[in-house]
Write a protein that binds this ligand. Structure first.
Ligand SMILES: Cc1cc2nc3c(=O)[nH]c(=O)nc-3n(C[C@H](O)[C@H](O)[C@H](O)COP(=O)(O)OP(=O)(O)OC[C@H]3O[C@@H](n4cnc5c(N)ncnc54)[C@H](O)[C@@H]3O)c2cc1C
Length: 284
């Protein structure tokens, strides 16, 4: 990207979420001077509230838009991304990038269809990058009447990672300018000739991008519990340990722009998790 910008030294990155900060740091590592222009800084961003699992194939785009060219670029990007983030695991806990184990249970009497996109959606092009789940045999777990599988996934402590990366950006000479872009002309007026827009949901308003389709997600964060080191999922209820608390439930509503927390939904998700997990207590 930096070379395509005619070798310009001064780059503008719009947005300071995970995409903007990662882009800015990549440019700095190539010796570029980078200014981030952003409406808001962490921790008030979508990126701070993600479940933050490295799941590039989870819900990326409309299946009808997937072309052979898309698959090629997607694979290349995913492989660069995987390699890039893996280097941070070596610095754990500084950056908060680590692998988390999970136990996925399914009620054999009441099967629910899995929400994840089937692996062949993207042509399995990065299947080798994911640790494969291990299906447990009935005699390998105590949960009678349930199917059980063990998972391993790369995930980010979002607050820690964004805070640390912002520090790295400053330390490498990066500058931040608080600015709210309203239209493409505001971007044209920047002094930098190379501009990379990473404004997430903000692209709809600025670029009138009608193709952008949001997925509204909501997590509920309960008090941290130091001895909980693995995530558990069962029939739509989930609990995952984070440094800032236990994330309970995770919703995904397509096409909804509202980013305000829905307290009724929060209560439903927590009640559902409490009921679901209490069923497991008899096995402990
Ligand atoms: C509950 C939940 C769970 C999730 N779980 C996962 C997961 O497990 N794995 C995963 O990969 N993803 C997950 N996501 C999605 C993930 O959080 C987002 O895809 C990601 O954070 C988007 O990052 P971003 O940098 O593009 O956008 P953002 O974090 O939204 O940052 C956008 C930046 O642009 C700035 N900006 C916006 N508009 C303007 C403007 N007009 N002018 C100037 N600046 C502007 C903002 O201030 C901000 O700095 C989840 C999301 C949620 C809500």
């Amino acid at each position: 990207m930096a070379e395509e910008a005619g070798g310009a030294d001064d780059h503008a990155v719009l947005g300071s979420g995970i995409v903007g900060l990662a882009t800015a740091r990549l440019l700095q590592r190539r010796g570029k001077n980078v200014t981030i222009y952003t409406k808001e800084l962490p921790p008030r961003l979508t990126s701070n509230y993600a479940a933050a699992l490295w799941t590039p194939t989870a819900t990326l785009c409309d299946p009808t838009k997937i072309t052979p060219e898309f698959k090629q670029v997607f694979e290349q990007a995913a492989r660069i991304s995987f390699r890039y983030w893996n280097d941070f695991i070596g610095h754990h806990p500084t950056y908060g990038v680590h692998y988390v184990e999970g136990l996925q249970l399914r009620d054999l009497a009441n099967p629910t269809p899995p929400r994840v996109v089937p692996p062949d959606f993207y042509g399995n092009v990065i299947e080798d990058l994911h640790p494969q789940p291990i299906e447990l045999m009935p005699d390998q777990h105590p949960f009678e009447g349930y199917g059980a599988r063990l998972t391993l996934a790369m995930r980010f402590e979002a607050h820690t990672f964004l805070f640390r990366t912002l520090n790295d950006f400053y330390e490498a000479g990066g500058k931040i300018v608080i600015k709210d872009f309203k239209r493409p002309e505001d971007i044209d007026a920047l002094k930098e000739k190379a501009v990379i827009a990473c404004i997430g949901l903000g692209a709809k308003e600025v670029f009138k991008d009608e193709h952008l389709n949001p997925i509204r997600g909501q997590l509920n964060i309960l008090a941290p519990q130091a001895d909980l080191r693995y995530s558990v999922g069962l029939s739509g209820a989930s609990a995952a340990p984070r440094w800032d608390g236990i994330a309970v439930g995770n919703s995904a509503l397509y096409g909804i722009w509202d980013t305000e927390p829905d307290m009724k939904l929060a209560k439903e998700m927590i009640d559902n998790a409490a009921e679901t997990f209490s069923k497991l207590q008899k096995f402990v």
